[in-house]
Design a protein around this ligand. Structure first.
Ligand SMILES: *Cc1c(COP(=O)(O)O)cnc(C)c1O
Length: 456
């Protein structure tokens, strides 16, 4: 028996509800809101237990199938999952039941590969059914751009435009985007990540661009979020597999797409005790949880965990919606969410650059484990968690800290802190010698619009 197809609503509640493929191809809702499933499908206890014997791509199939089964051929979806997940997901033991999940083994050495690869394949699949064409416009603080460029490179029915803040991405990150070319165009913006994101959002809502089919590959796209639920299930299935064994996950957060993936997994039925929401000095979300008042940080602070320098995270609107509230794209709270429940589920920590560096040094000295700044922030979150929760048995509690990029993407920082040269993973070898090509624009919407009209 087929149930009613799952629809997706806009968090601003003014746009019509869409199916998954429509929401995926649209990106941002016309009312400026973000698409969310009307209900969160459940994973049964039996299904959960069956994950212990399944491979990553099979778990991905089981989880994603719940959200898009009515529109997607099962065999096709399984084969997309198999093609997308061709790399390892190491779970490295630190001590007791504390682990680092390394999400850095994909082609661009970033956790963003997990979602980008799945999203590009799903878009290609739905577009080809109706012989459609799409232009992806996306803002990046570094890792989204490279993951998206790699995932969409060479696709016939999709063009990609990537905006990055001129001074805020590392050389390797830039080269990962600018050395591909073909259907990938890259623009340096004289501004910050939040400026890039604002330009992109403006283009989506600009009716004079409506003849160009534009979509987003940022975590404002629901297609970026759902695949990020999968590795939470995977980690639990490898390290526990017992339904009564609730896990603590520490998630280094910037735009809060990764955390949203975890929250969805938890609402689906994954046994989660709490999420540690680990941010850098851009602490607008920890402050929001503490006080109930939301104040964005503009301009955002420049921390060494550059992919998390976000002063106004778009996915906060989704988190608020998940807890029964409503927040518009400017951060106005229209309906207050259930803050008590949010505080039960989320333990928030803001980590300074000094603490981040000290953590990289400590975990290396104590356990010979190499972390880059984002993963170090997550690990620091776990230490803080036990410092504040003395009643929780630190030896028995399963804790998984997410490492979201490969340390080799931050070689200077790591050398400075612990004087270690990080070996390059295979995916990054040879990139330094490749030729770059990219455009430069002022932080000005009209200039971006002219660029889009001229090229497409
Ligand atoms: C993007 C990114 C983050 C933040 O993820 P969000 O989903 O935006 O919260 C953390 N670490 C790294 C390395 C990233 O690239």
């Amino acid at each position: 028996m087929k149930s009613k197809p799952l629809k997706y609503y806009s968090t601003n509640r003014k746009s019509t509800e869409l199916t998954f493929s429509q929401a995926l191809l649209k990106g941002l809702a016309p009312d400026g809101g973000l698409y969310m499933p009307l209900s969160i499908p459940k994973i049964t206890r039996e299904e959960l237990e069956s994950f212990t014997a399944k491979e990553y791509h099979e778990i991905a199939f089981s989880v994603l199938n719940k959200f898009l089964s009515d529109e997607t051929d099962n065999h096709e979806l399984m084969s997309l999952c198999r093609d997308a997940y061709i790399f390892e997901v190491p779970l490295e033991k630190v001590c007791e039941r504390k682990y680092i999940m390394r999400l850095d083994q994909g082609p661009t050495a970033s956790f963003k590969d997990f979602a980008s690869r799945m999203m590009s394949k799903l878009m290609q699949y739905y577009l080809s059914i109706n012989n459609q064409h799409l232009t992806i416009l996306t803002a990046t603080s570094g890792d989204t751009g490279s993951a998206v460029a790699s995932a969409f490179y060479g696709l016939k029915n999709i063009n990609v435009i990537i905006l990055f803040p001129d001074d805020e991405v590392s050389l390797i990150q830039r080269k990962q985007m600018t050395t591909l070319q073909d259907n990938i165009k890259v623009i340096a913006i004289n501004g910050k990540f939040d400026d890039c994101q604002r330009l992109v959002k403006k283009a989506f809502l600009d009716l004079s661009l409506s003849q160009i089919s534009l979509s987003s590959a940022n975590s404002i796209n629901i297609g970026r979020l759902l695949p990020q639920s999968v590795y939470y299930f995977y980690a639990w299935s490898r390290l526990s597999g017992r339904v009564d064994d609730k896990t603590v996950f520490s998630v280094p957060s910037g735009n809060f797409g990764n955390l949203m993936g975890g929250l969805i997994a938890s609402k689906m039925g994954l046994p989660v005790k709490q999420f540690i929401v680990s941010t850098n000095e851009n602490n607008e979300v920890p402050e929001f949880l503490r006080t109930g008042n939301y104040k964005s940080i503009i301009p955002s602070k420049n921390c060494i965990s550059s992919a998390m320098n976000v002063g106004h995270p778009s996915n906060l609107a989704r988190i608020v919606a998940l807890y029964g509230g409503m927040m518009d794209e400017t951060g106005n709270i229209i309906k207050v969410p259930d803050l008590i429940k949010m505080r039960e589920d989320l333990f928030a920590v803001s980590v300074t650059d000094e603490e981040t560096k000290a953590t990289i040094a400590d975990i290396y000295k104590q356990y010979n484990i190499l972390l880059e700044p984002h993963g170090a922030i997550a690990w620091h979150g776990i230490n803080e968690y036990f410092r504040f929760n003395k009643n929780i048995n630190s030896e028995k509690q399963l804790c998984i800290s997410l490492e979201t990029a490969h340390p080799a993407k931050f070689p200077e920082e790591i050398r400075q802190i612990i004087n270690v040269d990080t070996p390059l993973p295979a995916s990054l070898i040879g990139i330094a010698e490749k030729t770059e090509k990219y455009f430069s624009l002022e932080n000005n919407y009209e200039m971006l619009k002219d660029f889009i009209l001229k090229h497409y």
